[in-house]
Design a binder for this molecule. Structure first.
Ligand code: GAF
Length: 376
């Protein structure tokens, strides 16, 4: 008997998957109307589901023993807590947007580490949303599903995140990075094949405990909004790179000035990275990764010692570039390394962690993978 029929006493109608992501470059730029360049990971969340006609939801997970139940009519922000808030948030946002989703039995399964900054929250929201829509045969544009998932995370879960992670989970394609311009709401698929340049992309989970993540993320976002208001622009994207010095001179607070410098230079780095990748010069993207990390360490102040030690160790071992990826305060680093140096670079990071007395890091395969889809 399948796990699904064991838990719910019926056979599933289908299964849907949505992946996690690593962002190649463009951090904390999404909520500033900027540019991002994520790839989707092979690691994903799968939601197996059957439709119900009674307007009730039952949600179970292979990682948790309880089955959580709620009714479609009764879901309001705050009504379902803990991990089940994500599937409930997806049902809530679809109901709010007017989709007839009825009820459902949902079984969540994941090989995406949570708390590693690989966007497991967005993947769970997206996987649930595509499952609930798919059960009813409702066709919705992937970018629209991403926006709905972001709205659920902002308004139901209460996390003030931008739109990068949901777009990565919905819109990435195999073998490509997703160049997403948030202001224009346009996407472009940029071929990403490090092996073709004799390189490898190493992703390392530094296993750092997340420290004050939510509060710090919201504080960075507020600083950026405050700076945009002071500068009289709708978002920091409106400050062109060649206007940066003039804009900085108009800001009174040194911390806010550094936050702005990160965002404006980071958006420029995304443009430069994409130009280089389009020209087949991936190796030259490495120094942009490293400059991005320095900017996040010194100006945006979102790194932790484990992230800095991992980046420094990768660079000392010969990586062509390395940076933390995601929201910061823990999570993962990425390093662009010679293809035959992947293992040696990981070993150098492991040794540096042992020397510092840090928890041993783990690594992940980062093959650029497709966005959300039905799998059965
Ligand atoms: C987190 C958020 F969810 C994203 O929206 C983005 O801001 C990212 O941090 C930083 O680039 O993953």
């Amino acid at each position: 008997m399948s796990k699904f029929s064991e838990v719910f006493g019926v056979e599933p109608d289908g299964a849907w998957r949505a992946p996690g992501r690593v962002n190649l470059i463009g951090e904390h730029t999404d909520y500033n109307d900027g540019l991002v360049l994520p790839i989707a990971l092979p690691n994903r969340i799968v939601v197996t589901a059957s439709a119900r006609s009674d307007g009730q939801f039952a949600v179970a997970s292979s990682g948790h023993s309880d089955t959580i139940e709620f009714s479609l009519a009764g879901i309001e922000p705050g009504s379902v807590a803990d991990w089940a808030a994500y599937p409930a948030g997806a049902a809530w946002v679809l109901r709010e947007a007017g989709f007839e989703i009825g009820g459902a039995n949902l079984l969540v399964d994941s090989d995406l580490p949570s708390g590693a900054g690989l966007s497991s929250s967005a993947a769970l929201l997206c996987a649930t949303a595509v499952a609930l829509l798919g059960l009813r045969g409702l066709e919705v544009d992937p970018a629209e599903v991403a926006r709905l998932a972001q709205r659920a995370e902002n308004q139901y879960v209460g996390a003030p995140v931008g739109l990068m992670d949901q777009m990565a989970s919905m819109c990435c394609t195999a073998g490509h990075a997703l160049y997403f311009d948030i202001r224009a709401m346009t996407t472009d698929q940029i071929p990403f094949d490090p092996a073709a340049d004799g390189l490898g992309l190493l992703v390392v989970d530094v296993k750092a405990p997340h420290r004050h993540v939510d509060g710090e993320y919201a504080a960075r976002r507020r600083s950026c909004e405050q700076a945009a208001a002071e500068l009289g622009v709708p978002a920091l994207r409106s400050i062109a790179f060649d206007q940066l010095d003039e804009a900085l001179a108009r800001l009174s607070d040194d911390v806010v000035r550094r936050r702005v410098r990160h965002v404006v230079t980071e958006i420029r780095r995304v443009e430069e990275a994409v130009e280089l990748m389009r020209a087949g010069r991936l190796r030259e993207v490495g120094p942009l990764f490293t400059a991005s990390h320095v900017s996040m360490r010194d100006d945006f102040e979102i790194t932790v010692p484990e992230l800095d030690v991992a980046v420094d160790a990768a660079l000392a071992a010969g990586a062509v570039g390395a940076r933390m990826t995601g929201g910061g305060f823990g999570g993962c680093i990425i390093a662009l390394v010679e293809a035959d140096a992947v293992d040696a670079t990981l070993a150098a990071i492991e040794k540096a962690f042992a020397d510092h007395g840090f928890t041993a890091p783990t690594s992940l395969a980062a093959t650029p993978s497709p966005g959300a889809s039905r799998i059965s």
